[in-house]
Design a protein around this ligand. Structure first.
Ligand SMILES: C[S@@+](CC[C@H](N)C(=O)[O-])C[C@H]1O[C@@H](n2cnc3c(N)ncnc32)[C@H](O)[C@@H]1O
Length: 221
């Protein structure tokens, strides 16, 4: 066989084998990982900064389709999650996203997931049970925040922590490229949190280029 034909034949075989092994993505979403290594890299780079621990009870407000919480559960067993959203369409994509990740990881994900539909003003989450409440890339999208931010004090248990992840702006007036909401600026954000009765416990940089920050707060005593 001519050498070029043989190389072409090998490429066709390779493409065929890879396509047989790959798992079909539930829908077109750029954050779906192709491999376990990618899930681990995202966790090691960013999501370990949420401080989620095995066995904890955690609410995620504005969880979207739950992709981040599913990925965190790959490295922390037995988390009892309450994935909360106001957009039922995104929330009900959760089952497909879970199935997809289980096929990428190659085993069932050990966690308990409860889906909760809230409204703009109230979370519909149970009081006093959460070790951690997450707001991942959500705070800037909530236009009237006082109601929900006040409610979160009641949701946390005695040692509970609120974690807010945001891509911060450097000056007032910067806009998020995707959602077009204004970016938060640290000084005014921290001032706003103090007004809601939260004390800053920790602040960590997740990524320099996009100024991705993880802030942990506790209720002021
Ligand atoms: C940018 S998405 C982030 C989704 C997810 N946390 C993530 O990181 O993939 C922001 C989400 O916040 C939700 N959201 C906006 N206002 C909300 C509110 N008042 N309560 C709960 N969720 C809200 C939106 O429906 C949207 O899914």
């Amino acid at each position: 066989m001519d050498r070029r034909l043989r190389v072409l034949w090998q490429i066709v075989w390779l493409v065929f084998i890879v396509s047989c092994k790959s798992v079909k993505k539930p829908y077109n979403y750029k954050r779906f990982p192709d491999s376990y290594a990618e899930v681990k890299q995202e966790y090691d780079n960013y999501y370990h900064l949420t401080g989620c621990q095995s066995g904890a009870t955690i609410a995620s407000i504005g969880a979207g389709n739950g992709i981040t919480e599913i990925q965190i559960s790959c490295f922390n067993e037995g988390i009892r999650w309450y994935l909360q959203e106001i957009d039922s369409t995104r929330l009900y994509q959760f089952e497909e996203v879970l199935k997809y990740h289980e096929s990428v990881v190659g085993s069932p994900i050990n966690a308990n997931f409860n889906l909760v539909l809230g409204t703009e003003d109230t979370t519909h989450l149970p009081n006093g049970v959460f070790d951690r409440v997450l707001m991942l890339n959500v705070f800037h999208e909530i236009e009237s925040r006082r109601g929900i931010m006040t409610e979160i004090h009641q949701l946390l248990n005695e040692n509970g922590v609120l974690v807010i992840m945001e891509r911060m702006g450097n000056i007032e007036g910067e806009i998020h490229g995707d959602c077009k909401y204004p970016k938060l600026v640290e000084d005014s954000f921290l001032q706003e949190m103090r007004e809601y009765g939260y004390a800053l416990d920790k602040q960590q940089l997740g990524e320099e280029m996009s100024n991705l920050m993880f802030y942990s707060f506790v209720s002021e005593k």
